[in-house]
Design a protein around this ligand. Structure first.
Ligand SMILES: [Zn+2]
Length: 380
């Protein structure tokens, strides 16, 4: 990973000037049958036919992505860039949303549809994202902390893609909770613009000096978690930190009751998917749990199983288990789950950052609270 990172790093520096901002390809919609894009002085390229056209003035262009219909685009078997559209004068509209940069249509293998990707300068991407991931009206220092974290996440993806054509998918990030939720042009506010400008090119690096993905979530509920506690993979520099700053805002502490049969089924699925094990007995007995345990321990018959809480959350869904910070107990045949916070709990706690900014912390201080072993580096 390190070698690859270095390679791309030099590639990026070699192909762009020191001051230039890289672009990221962001998946904004999937499985579209038809795409209508509109803009001024549009330049269209149909890559499958090696054909380009320019249109003066305002123009609406319709792409039919379903084969079999008249004028459908030729869809190849492997994912490929089919068509792209840019406007030298600025924005391209898709429905109600307007986008900067280039819009690209990718063919989906085996599906009668296209995916829509926005190839956009990283800083422009961040300016719309801040309104979605936080709120464009939040204090500037909280937005700046989020800008650095989100830039680091995206830049890490850019480095890891080591030349996008090597990847099976032809984009770096999804605009969804899977990666980061970005918006369209009008999600940018004066504050999100300032947050991006005043931190331009700044990312977080781990103790070794390498970029490591900077994760963030809505509300930790009292304590943040390390990536290994949630996903299993170790990312350098992470620490679990006590955060009392999100207590008064956002989702209140939550409680759920689960039927033992439902929990047994979930645990069986988790064991099969993540541990290559299976339950020998449907008679399960939970061992005493605390909020700080990232795993639950249980006996199925005579056999002890240890299961990550985050894997249970993946299986149960966010409605049932809103966070990974919970305690699960069994009493009188009933399972109660009491939890705090919302989201995966790793890295920056957004509601905590909001409170810290209100108390006068600047973005350096906010970031060093949630990422105490990381430091800032300017990459462009
Ligand atoms: Zn918190």
């Amino acid at each position: 990973m390190h070698k690859t990172g270095c390679f791309l790093f030099s590639f990026l520096w070699a192909t762009t000037s020191l001051a230039s901002v890289p672009t990221v390809k962001v998946l904004i919609a999937k499985s579209l049958k038809q795409v209508v894009l509109e803009g001024t002085d549009l330049q269209k390229t149909i890559h499958t036919q090696k054909r380009s056209e320019s249109y003066l003035g305002r123009k609406s262009i319709s792409f039919n992505c379903a084969p079999g219909r008249a004028h459908s685009l030729k869809l190849p078997r492997n994912p490929i860039l089919v068509a792209s559209l840019k406007s030298p004068t600025g924005l391209i509209s898709w429905g109600k949303n307007k986008y900067q940069g280039e819009l690209q249509l990718l063919a989906t293998p085996g599906a009668e549809s296209c995916d829509l990707v926005n190839d956009i300068p990283l800083e422009a991407y961040l300016r719309t994202l801040l309104s979605k991931e936080m709120n464009g009206t939040w204090p500037l220092e909280a937005l700046k902390a989020q800008a650095v974290a989100a830039r680091t996440y995206a830049y890490d993806r850019l480095l890891k893609s080591h030349g996008i054509m090597d990847e099976k998918k032809l984009y770096h990030l999804e605009s969804s909770e899977r990666d980061q939720v970005s918006g369209s042009f009008f999600d940018m506010t004066e504050k999100t613009l300032r947050a991006s400008r005043e931190t331009e090119g700044e990312v977080l690096v781990g103790p070794s000096g390498r970029i490591s993905p900077a994760f963030f979530h809505s509300k930790c509920g009292g304590k943040t978690l390390r990536p290994d506690q949630v996903w299993g993979g170790v990312e350098e520099g992470y620490r679990s930190v006590n955060c009392t700053f999100c207590q008064k805002t956002g989702m209140k502490d939550w409680q759920q009751k689960l039927k033992p049969m439902k929990l047994t089924g979930m645990i069986d699925q988790v064991l099969k998917r993540y541990y290559s094990e299976a339950l020998d007995s449907k008679n399960i007995k939970l061992m005493p749990d605390t909020l700080h345990n990232s795993e639950i321990r249980l006996y199925a018959g005579d056999r002890l199983h240890i299961v990550k809480k985050s894997y249970l959350r993946n299986m149960a869904g966010r409605e049932t288990l809103p966070s990974n910070y919970f305690v699960m107990n069994q009493k009188d045949g009933e399972i109660t789950v009491e939890g705090q916070g919302y989201g995966h709990g790793v890295g920056l706690c957004q509601l905590g950052a909001l409170e810290l900014a209100k108390r006068g912390y600047d973005y350096h201080q906010i970031l060093s609270f949630y990422f105490p072993r990381h430091r800032m580096k300017k990459v462009y």
